[in-house]
Each structure stands twice: as C-alpha cells, then as structure tokens.
Design a protein around this ligand. Sequence first.
Ligand SMILES: [Zn+2]
Ligand SMILES: [Zn+2]
Length: 319
Amino acid sequence: MLAEVTVSQVELHHDHEASHAHEGSSRGHQITILLAVVLPFVALATGAALAWGRGFDWAQLGIVLFMYFLSGLGVTLGYHRLFTHGSYQAVRPLQFVLGVMAGMAAEGPLIWWVATHRRHHQHSDCEMDPHSPHAALPEGAGMWDRVKGFAHAHIGWLILDHATDPNRYAPDLQADPMMRMLSRLFPLWLALGLAIPTALGWLVGGGEGALLGFLWGGLARIALLHHVTWSINSVCHVWGKKAYRSGDESRNNALMGLVGFGEGWHNNHHAFPTSARHGLHWWQFDLSWVIIRTFERMGLVWKVRVPSPERLSEKQLTA
Ligand SMILES: [Zn+2]
Ligand SMILES: [Zn+2]
C-alpha cells in the first residue's frame, strides 16, 4: 500500500536524480532502516523480558535520557540548525563534536541528512519534497489516502530511497574535508552510540547492566528518537497551528516542540528557516535555542541569526 502511494514520486526522483545516487549514503540508509524498523522490536521485547519482575531500574532510565539528549541535540544543533541552515557559526571542535553526537542518533550520514533536509525546504509539501504527507495525495483524497500519506512522511520515504544529489544540495559540505570525514565515518559514530550506553550499563550493573544499557540506551533510545524526528516530518505537517506564512502545510506543535528540543515549532521554522531560534516566543520552549545562546555567551558560536521584528510582523498570520 505504501509503495502505491509513492511510486510516481519515486519514479520522478529517479528520472532526475538517481544517476547521482551516493554509494555511501545508501549503505548508511540501509543500516538506519534496519536499526529503525527491526532491531527496536527485538530490543523492547528482550529488555521487557529481562526487566520483568525486577522493579524499576533508575540507573538505566538515566542512561536512556543521557543518550537521548546527547544524540538528539546533535541532530537539532548540528545536522539541522548548523550544517543544514547555517543559522549560526561555530568553532571547529564544536562542529566536530556535534557531528559525532548526531551520528549517534543513527539518522544517516551528515551530508545525506543535510541534502535531504534542504530538498524538503526547497520543495516543501510539493512533488519533490522527500517526505510530505500531502504531496502524493490524489484530488479529493479520503481518510485512507491521508493515512497512507502520513505513513509515507513518517517512515515510508526512508524505505523508498530517493537518493537526493549531495552535489546539488550540499556542495558547501562536500567541499569541507571535515564534513566529508564526519559523513563517511557515520557507521563508527552509530557504533559509538551503542557502545557508550553499553559501557555505562556495565558500570552500574555489570554484565547484565551492559546488556540492558545496549538494549535500552542504545537500540530503544534510537527508535524513540527516530520516531520523534520523523514526527517533525509527519505530525508537524498535519497537526498544530500556523502562525506565519510559509507557503506549505508546516505547523507549530507544542508537544513536538518539547520532546523534539524546539524542532516542533515547525511552522516558525519553515517561515524563517535560517533562524537559530525556532520557538520565537518566550512561551514556545526551545531547548536547542537555550543551548545556542549559552554557547554564544561562552564564545563558542557567533553570527547567531534571528528574524527581525519587521520580518516577523510581515509574515504573521494572526494578530
Ligand atoms: Zn518540514
Ligand atoms: Zn529545517
């Protein structure tokens, strides 16, 4: 069913772009998909069986949260706001660390992620958007079509490889040896994202703790973060409030803003893509923005971009 709704899109992309398909990216892709779809179920089932009747393990929860923040902030601060949108400048060591942290989220190699996401912005909710819940909907779409569109935006697009051309969408990163290295070594960062919770688990609980750390802080945490990230693509293009003119179906969703470290203020983001701040009002909590401001005060980042009050009122939809 998923294949039907997107086949015309896939053919279109292949016509235009498959000839430029990136070898390393598609391997990273397959690793991501395997981790995302198959392993988490194994991890959850095994973890639940092991935890059965043992009482709640606070140390393991701490490891899950630590890894969730570490890898999730790598994606929002690094892959998204810095490397994709250049919404601020950062010292090289910080760029490197953010690239490694993001790799631990197992969302694909840096350059592939950036190229795909730039294409999303350029063609948001249109035919060339890699993951729109709306683009492939037929005229007068019914409920079932909408469910399929949502599933495509959430995960289906990953399985049907669209092979965004990195030379077209990320030539700046392709020209930077450190970015190429960070991207190429993606499998290593992914492995690190599994090794760290395993080691922490061993510290708090020996051999069994190591296994639990691997299952929960490694695999299950990756699955959780994947679904949060993909919900920005699916949920935040369907449910929430439109505050600014953005020319697409992006929405502000407070729940996703909270669990997605500020990324859920997605309509704000589509209206002002180069803004380092996504939660544009004090009541729109944006953890990534809080951290960028802290880095700025520490002198680690500069040229932090935010929209001017004039630009904000120009695009505002509601009073
Ligand atoms: Zn979007
Ligand atoms: Zn973006």
